[in-house]
Design a protein around this ligand. Sequence first.
Ligand code: SAM
Length: 288
Amino acid sequence: MQYDLTDRATIEYLLGEHGFSFSKSLGQNFIIDPDVCPRIVEESGIDSGWGVIEIGPGIGVLTAELCAAARKVVSIEIDRKLEPILKKTLADFDNSEIIYGDVLKTDIPALIEEKFRGMDVCVCANLPYYITSPVIMYLLEKGKGLRSLTVMVQKEAAQRLCAPVGSRDSGAITAAVNYRSVAEKLFDVGKNSFMPSPKVDSSVIKLTIREKPPVDVEDEKLFFSVIKAAFGQRRKTALNSLSSGLSLPKSVISQALESCGFTANMRAETMTMQDFAALTKALGTVDN
Ligand code: SAM
């Protein structure tokens, strides 16, 4: 039986039948706008050759749309209470598999190897908002084998993730995401497109994984620490933020900034990827 998973009455019937109630702490806001899932699928660029990893299928509204377009869809859902509902709503698809667990504890390369051998693989998801940044960073850092992430996030998060590095809207996550992928905003989705309706609007973004980072960095760990420290105290200069964030004397930071030709009062949000790479190199060589 095909269910219309964007119809409120159908959703209420399914949830009621299984005594399911939404969990705010798990970020459960399900899509009820019939235009949104087809658009996510279309703009993700997948076709019948692709494998898709979905995070948080909920009752399966996006999952069903992905299954109709892709070769195989593996969805990772933390809430086991959704199992009897998903068994019903996805019964017609033989290319859907649900894994019950936490995405942040899932070995993505092993999953790709086991479930999607020989396929191009991407992530498509309406992400649980309480862990947007950790999930994106986890997938970018530990998701070897993924080609892209097409994900719905809060509008404000999308703005930061897709901002040019070195612009006012950029933050530590902007630079980190930019190092591993090319970020683009696809479209906005209003808060009334969800059940229950969240407090803020959302946007769908696409992160296309880079084959090679845009800058050469020898010590990636230090590079990410420098970015994090530089943005640590937004209203302070990079000198002060870096000194407290990296626990290094100001004289050491000054020396590194100077050797890169930067002024002592420069701010993190004006720094480019090249600036962060140069500063990382300088900090890796100064005596302290
Ligand atoms: N895809 C559905 C939709 O668009 O209607 C549901 C999206 S809802 C915003 C987020 C989903 O992620 C929920 O089903 C929630 O239970 C699940 N979730 C929350 N935290 C998770 C985690 N750490 N790992 C896997 N799934 C998680």
